[in-house]
Design a protein around this ligand. Structure first.
Ligand SMILES: *Cc1c(COP(=O)(O)O)cnc(C)c1O
Length: 360
């Protein structure tokens, strides 16, 4: 058995310790004689697993009591619709910041439900920057403001939280949740697909302020109403039980790392050393404005794109995998979520230096 340093953007690497724990518990969870996958979600064993996962997440993110945590399916992509369905509440429009491919998809989806006011659009920069905070003019009558704090494909991350006054702020945190400490009270809704920093695919976490629950359009499916998830503890239907269990193990692992401040410090160090290696070389480059470079997704291009294949092959031979960039960007992308240990980043940097030397 050998594990590589897996730089996949998602589904992404999971902490090896957590995988090992899940493996140890696979056939017989806590002397029940069954796998978590084989349990009724309504039994006391699974209920304890579910409650513990939520408690751990609340502790890790310091989620205030007036927020609910929902365990949902359908991915972040379903939230592109669930957000307007639940938050419009009779209003006619919503404000969106368009700063990358994911927020672009969110904008496309919300057009089915209301008028969209695109407050900022960085398409012309090829999504290599974020709008200046002072340039944002929000509509005080908008139902909410939606943005994507970290755009996973280009690797651009807001270095501030937009100030929206009384208008609820909604964030697609799929690729940045749990990467740094955040003040949850600044948000109306935070949502994230699990497969980047939380656990296996199939689970979406939605953290929603209580006053924003219970206003969904009555014509919409019951499974798209946040209130359904609140009223039934996210078990109106069968939830993705294994993903939820596994996410709980990841949250406990996060607490064991020292919580968000310790995780944040490690992530900052990992990102800074990788960007430094890129910036210090004439062979590698990253086009994103320095102040808004992502800590989680680090794209870089080689001076000669003809060397991409050799880079990827030689990296893989050294146990550094899934570095190929997104098809829309090309080059490389190293996703360095929480489960990527700092030694993995060090190994990538060492390989990059060696590869560059062999081209000289
Ligand atoms: C991965 C990702 C998505 C899509 O998530 P799904 O769970 O596949 O729907 C949406 N937004 C961002 C920022 C992402 O990184």
């Amino acid at each position: 058995m050998s594990r590589v340093y897996n730089f996949s953007a998602g589904p992404a690497a999971l902490p090896t310790e957590v995988l090992a724990q899940a493996q140890a518990e696979m056939l017989d969870w806590n002397n029940t004689g069954v796998s978590v996958m084989e349990m009724s979600h309504r039994g006391k064993d699974y209920m304890s697993i579910a409650a513990k996962a939520e408690a751990n997440l609340r502790q890790l993110m310091m989620i205030p009591d007036n927020y609910k945590v929902l365990f949902v399916q359908g991915g972040a992509s379903s939230q592109f619709a669930m957000v307007p369905i639940n938050l419009l509440n009779g209003k006619k429009s919503a404000d969106y910041l368009l700063t990358g491919q994911w927020s672009k998809k969110a904008v496309a989806e919300v057009k089915r439900y209301c008028h969209v006011n695109v407050v900022a659009d960085t398409t012309n920069s090829h999504f290599t920057t974020v709008p200046a905070a002072a340039s944002l003019e929000f509509d005080p009558d908008a139902a909410y403001v939606h943005y994507t704090p970290n755009e996973t494909i280009v690797g651009v991350e807001f270095d501030y939280i937009p100030e929206t006054g009384d208008v609820p702020l909604v964030a697609d945190m799929s690729s940045t949740i749990l990467s740094r400490a955040i003040d949850v009270s600044k948000f109306g809704v935070i949502y994230a697909g699990a497969q980047k920093n939380i656990g296996p695919a199939g689970l979406t976490i939605v953290i929603v302020r209580e006053d924003l629950i219970g206003n969904a359009d009555a014509n919409m499916p019951v499974m798209f109403d946040y209130k359904t998830f609140v009223d039934y503890d996210s078990m109106y239907n069968t939830p993705p039980t294994y993903s939820w269990y596994f996410a709980g193990l990841v949250f406990a692992w996060g607490l064991k790392q020292g919580g968000m401040s310790a995780i944040e410090a490690t992530n900052k160090r990992k990102a800074e050393k990788l960007y430094k290696a890129i910036d210090d070389s004439a062979f590698y480059s990253n086009p994103v404005d320095v102040h808004c470079r992502s800590w989680m997704n680090v794209p870089f291009i080689l001076a000669d794109a003809n060397l991409d294949t050799a880079f990827i092959e030689q990296a893989a031979a050294k146990g550094l995998t899934s570095l190929k960039g997104h098809r829309s960007v090309g080059g490389m992308r190293a996703s360095i979520y929480n489960a990527m240990p700092e030694v993995g980043v060090d190994a990538l940097i060492a390989f990059m230096k060696d590869f560059e030397k062999t081209q000289a």
